[in-house]
Design a protein around this ligand. Structure first.
Ligand code: 5AD
Ligand code: SF4
Length: 483
């Protein structure tokens, strides 16, 4: 059976989801379909859902309600719902939106186009795998940017943060074999990618399961493929595999920038900091989710660290990695959070002087431990006010840190024309700051350039172009990744 026509993939949620959407798009393009951004023009609409925060369910059912009319007018239109919410609420989706053709989960993204084809023949279908048996191999990926790519190094999460639904929907932590990751990064580099971001829910505990397997069961037939040569050669074997991975992917020819997200403060090992300090390709940027600055709340969240421990680790990283940018995630209004607890968060934020923070109002996720604490929920006006106060502190330090860049020369990767001013280009610094700068000539996205910073605002910088240092050499539009 053939699939043709146009597709639209809508993504809700985190980078993991965005990366899954790139894979879904890659699969549909491989079938011969073309992308469209118009709902009316689409023959296939995929909604890739998220259930980490917000009321994703309300949004999804609203969206599906709108699509119902479209489907009635055009019965050939196919609608698929995938991702975390689909994984969790499969039967509710079927009941509430019977016009949905395909429901698939987080573990069977690789089957998206196949399921759409099956449903063309035999009607609506739901397929959810409870756990990933193995990583789907060789999925095509359609990326927006040709020079930058995400690489999923681990799926699932073995922690049990009281607010978080991820362990329930994404399952236990499984790391991809070391050799497979190096092969994937090599393929990406060969196709012109120069910047990679390693992705995982708990990215710095990458490989814990692999090394445990070796310790318990002994060496497999191809040990280097599983855990890499450096860890294998070490005796006794104590180093965390994540630091070896940082070093190895950085040494792949053509890779100029390496990032990773999100690490857990309790698993931030000294070897990782040393690797960041020593390896030129690893960007001087650490995204380290704080969640709260109150020890009482951190303990209720089961985060496994105190505010002091967090500060100690962040300060150690700042000391060892010159010119380090720090960003974070913070939740306000976790059940039972008092004014005093919240002030402790403000104090940590003021002390660290974060460059940026994703700040969230706590949102109960049914099925999580914290959602049970109904008697202790914080009133929404109190949370909203705290959020505003926290934003003020973060924005102040963000502006101050940005201002400290004025006069500096920075390397940027050109991303394209500025959305606000067509005369300007935008680029991304190693710290992940956005810089707007003028250029008379067109510089291709993915080029590297040196700019001098001439101005600072809270969320971005202004600069002037000094020189272009490298131009991109993309070869293929849709590289194949082995995940
Ligand atoms: N409510 C609010 N924020 C949440 N996060 C995760 N779960 C919740 C929730 N129930 C935030 C955390 C995490 C980020 C990805 O999302 O800050 O680090
Ligand atoms: Fe959720 Fe905590 Fe795991 Fe992050 S570490 S995915 S917040 S359970």
């Amino acid at each position: 059976m053939e699939m043709n026509g146009r597709y639209l993939v809508r993504t809700y949620g985190c980078q993991m989801n965005e990366h899954d959407s790139e894979r879904i798009a890659g699969l549909l393009e491989k079938e011969g379909m073309e992308e469209t951004d118009s709902v009316e023009a689409a023959d296939v609409i995929v909604l890739n859902t998220c259930c980490i925060r917000e009321n994703a369910d309300n949004k999804l059912y609203g969206q599906l309600g709108n699509l119902k009319k479209l489907k009635e007018a055009r019965p050939d239109l196919q609608i698929a719902v995938g991702g975390c919410l689909a994984q969790k609420d499969r039967s509710i989706i079927q009941q509430r939106a019977p016009h949905v053709d395909v429901v698939f989960g987080t573990h069977n993204v690789g089957r998206a186009s196949e399921l759409l084809k099956v449903s063309q023949k035999s009607g609506p279908i739901t397929e959810i795998l409870e756990e990933s048996e193995a990583f789907p191999s060789a999925l095509p990926v359609k990326r927006d940017a040709q020079h930058a790519a995400w690489v999923t190094i681990q799926i699932g999460c073995d922690n049990s943060c009281a607010f978080c639904i991820v362990p329930a929907v994404r399952g236990r932590e499984i790391s991809r074999p070391f050799g497979e990751l190096i092969d994937e990064v090599t393929q990406l580099a060969n196709s012109g990618v120069t910047e990679i971001t390693l992705l995982g829910q708990n990215v710095n505990s990458y490989g814990r399961d692999l090394t445990l397997q070796v310790r318990k069961e002994g060496l497999p037939d191809n040990p280097e493929d599983l855990v890499g040569p450096a860890w294998l050669a070490e005796s006794p074997k104590v180093r965390p595999l994540f630091s070896e991975l940082l070093r190895s992917v950085s040494s792949v020819s053509g890779i100029r920038r390496v990032r990773y997200t999100s690490p857990h403060p309790k698993d931030l090992r000294p070897e990782t900091i040393t690797a960041m300090a020593e390896v030129d390709e690893v960007c001087e940027h650490l995204h380290l989710p704080l969640q709260s600055g109150s020890d009482r709340i951190l303990s209720a969240m089961h985060r496994g660290y105190t505010a002091d421990r967090y500060l100690q680790r962040a300060n150690e990283a700042k000391k060892l990695i010159p010119d380090l940018a720090l960003s974070t995630d913070i939740i306000v209004g976790f059940p039972g959070e008092t004014e005093k607890d919240f002030e402790a968060t403000l104090e940590v934020a003021a002390e660290i002087q974060f460059d940026n923070s994703y700040t969230f109002v706590y949102s109960p996720r049914p099925g999580t431990e914290a959602a049970e604490l109904k008697d202790h929920y914080v009133a929404s006006d109190v949370s909203a006010h705290r959020m505003q106060r926290l934003r003020n502190v973060i924005e102040r330090s963000s502006l101050r840190n940005n201002e400290s860049r004025v006069g500096h020369e920075e390397e940027v990767v050109v991303e394209g024309r500025s959305k606000r001013d067509n005369e300007m280009l935008t680029g991304r610094t190693r710290h992940n700051r956005l810089v707007h700068f003028a250029s008379k000539s067109i510089i291709r996205a993915g080029s590297y350039a040196r700019v001098r910073i001439t101005g600072a605002r809270t969320f971005n910088l202004k600069g002037e172009l000094l020189e272009v240092t490298a131009t991109p050499k993309h070869k293929t539009r849709i590289p194949v990744e082995s995940s």
